[in-house]
Ligand binder design. Structure first.
Ligand SMILES: [Zn+2]
Length: 84
């Protein structure tokens, strides 16, 4: 009887752990879905030095065509403006 009780407890504990894991996954997916400005994490290329970096860390410039450009530094931005 004791062994059966232990197995039952083990199964219960296993179920508890898997429910907890699933619940956490659901919460995680909800959190990432609600994440503000997730598109800010995309990588963009600096047109001046051709280096890739996260968009949110870039220095923004709107060029003559109304196109959004991002630079890794003010220096690169200024260089690009000078050359254009
Ligand atoms: Zn650069």
């Amino acid at each position: 009887m004791l062994v059966r009780g232990l197995i039952y407890l083990g199964l219960l504990f296993g179920a508890y752990i898997s429910i907890k894991t699933i619940a956490r996954k659901v919460v995680d997916s909800q959190n990432s879905g609600h994440a503000v400005g997730k598109s800010d994490d995309i990588m963009v290329k600096d047109p001046s030095c051709n280096v890739y970096f996260p968009k949110r860390e870039g220095i923004h410039l709107r060029d003559h065509d109304g196109q959004d450009l991002y630079f890794c530094s003010e220096e690169c931005k200024n260089k690009f403006i000078e050359n254009s």
